[in-house]
Design a binder for this molecule. Structure first.
Ligand SMILES: *Cc1c(COP(=O)(O)O)cnc(C)c1O
Length: 480
């Protein structure tokens, strides 16, 4: 048996050499995206073709930097100023550096000894995040993404509010949550995972501004009660993913208190605005929530993936997963904030605190204020341009950096036309935008995630869409 491979794999010099080469490549990559005109954000290739490429070529790579450079080239560039698509942050380099180090350290952090610094820093991140909410008796932790975070918060809601102890006894009664019909699909999924079924998800219709119709809360709640269903929680969007519109959190919180149900705020996207002097008002009412989640990798510029789950009352953050695991913990009853696995769904997890705090260590908390203000301002500027333009229509006045709009100068079916435009934009590759099906039809959807997306880029995008809209035949023929 030879150990030669093993020594090479762990050789510090080899690591440094590879790391340096990859780092140099990334510096060039960022520099090019920031300074060169007409680079592509995406070079769209059909999934089957992409698979074939790797199937044929992967084995030919003999060195790591070459392999990684090819991965970079064949991927979407989130740091490109033409990236105005989904809500993923162009990772702040400081966050990526922190992540890089933590990925080598691999401190699993389920128990304190497996990541002492990370455990303490995670507590600190949560305290910092709760500060603008004024949650002095709160507590929280970091987990892998908004999807898991919403599930975790709803499990806490069930523990606190359900009349039966479902964790212990299983289901013996019907439970439900109330949620906007615009909520992220993961809330629906969480409720189903929790065994509530379709009837356990009470979808509240939204008004023309895409906010929960608060005047329907009472009747929907009563209807459920009359059918013997116990409503345990009400979920507010801050903002909703599709439209970027915030629910009236104050009204929702008041209703939840009146009914003694849990109030959860899904602020995966907009929670970062707690740090913005200009846009904090959008979260008014969130301070009365029982729980809130905030994604780092959306509006806080962190590497994926890290989400804070915060509870106004500390005890709730420990209540959910009370479970025996004697091989991990000696004291079962002590909350032990430092043993994270007691509170998270995950056992081993990554050192997520570094994704936030590497940014703060380098740039300070003011960074988040500047980022949110710049990006939300971009949304407004773009929306103003769209609403002034006779050939375009805005779906809604945006509250955030999410802007939904469509091209309307045509006698064609608007849905088909805008679908074709979206496809043509992707194939062109200089801009990346997405789309959304709203009640009124199919809309193009942009989310301004990059602080370097300038007014000039906005004008170019509008021009590009106009020119693509005028050549339907050519695009239709390109249907691969
Ligand atoms: C993005 C998003 C989620 C899901 O978060 P992930 O981190 O992608 O799992 C949930 N809710 C809302 C409102 C979101 O915008």
């Amino acid at each position: 048996m030879s150990t030669e491979l093993l020594y090479k794999a762990y050789d510090p010099e080899h690591f440094h050499q590879n790391g340096q080469a990859v780092l140099d490549g990334l510096r060039e990559h960022l520099r090019r995206l920031q300074t060169t005109k007409d680079t592509k954000v995406i070079d769209f290739i059909q999934p089957e073709q992409e698979y074939q490429f790797w199937k044929e070529n992967f084995a030919k790579f003999t060195n790591l930097p070459d392999f990684l450079e090819t991965v970079l080239k064949r991927s979407i560039h989130i740091h490109h100023p033409g990236y105005i698509g989904h809500q993923v942050a162009p990772a702040v380099p400081a966050s990526a550096v922190g992540t890089w180090m933590s990925d080598l350290m691999n401190n699993g952090s389920a128990v304190y000894e497996m990541g002492a610094a990370n455990a303490a820093l995670e507590r600190l991140v949560c305290e910092y995040l709760m500060e603008p909410l004024g949650w002095k008796n709160g507590d929280g932790f970091l987990t892998s993404g908004g999807t898991l975070a919403n599930l975790t918060a709803l499990l806490a809601a069930r523990k606190a509010k359900a009349l039966n102890d479902v964790w212990k006894e299983g289901h013996s009664s019907s439970l439900a949550i109330m949620v906007s019909d615009q909520a992220h699909y993961c809330v629906d999924r969480a409720a189903r995972i929790m065994g509530m079924g379709e009837d356990g998800i009470i979808k509240i219709p939204v008004d023309r501004q895409y906010k929960i119709k608060t005047d329907l809360l009472e009747s929907l709640y009563q209807k459920a009660s009359d059918q013997g269903v116990q409503v345990i929680a009400l979920v507010g969007n801050a903002p909703s993913t599709a439209t970027g519109i915030h629910d009236d959190l104050k009204a929702l919180g008041q209703f939840a208190r009146d009914k003694n149900i849990w109030f959860h705020v899904d602020a995966a996207h907009g929670g970062a605005a707690l740090y913005s002097d200009k846009y904090r008002h959008l979260l008014e009412g969130a301070e009365k929530a029982d729980s809130i989640i905030i994604d780092g990798h959306k509006m806080m510029g962190t590497s994926s993936i890290t989400t804070a789950v915060l509870f106004r009352q500390a005890a709730h953050s420990y209540a959910t997963f009370q479970q025996d695991a004697h091989y991990l913990w000696e004291a079962q009853e002590d909350p032990e904030w430092f043993n994270m696995g007691k509170r998270t769904f995950e056992c081993t997890k990554s050192m997520m605190s570094l994704r936030f705090l590497s940014i703060v260590a380098e740039h300070g908390w003011g960074f988040f204020n500047d980022l949110v203000n710049t990006l939300y301002d971009s949304g407004r500027l773009f929306a103003a341009k769209i609403s002034k333009h006779p050939d375009f229509e805005l779906a809604l006045e945006p509250q955030t950096n999410i802007v939904c709009f469509r091209y309307i100068r045509t006698d064609e079916d608007l849905d088909e036309l805008n679908q074709r435009i979206r496809k043509a934009v992707i194939e062109d590759g200089r801009y990346y935008i997405v789309a959304v099906q709203l009640k009124e039809g199919y809309y193009l959807r942009t989310t301004f995630m990059n602080p370097f997306t300038s007014e000039d880029h906005m004008d170019q995008l509008i021009k590009l869409i106009e020119s693509l809209a005028l050549q339907p035949k050519i695009i239709a023929n390109e249907n691969k």
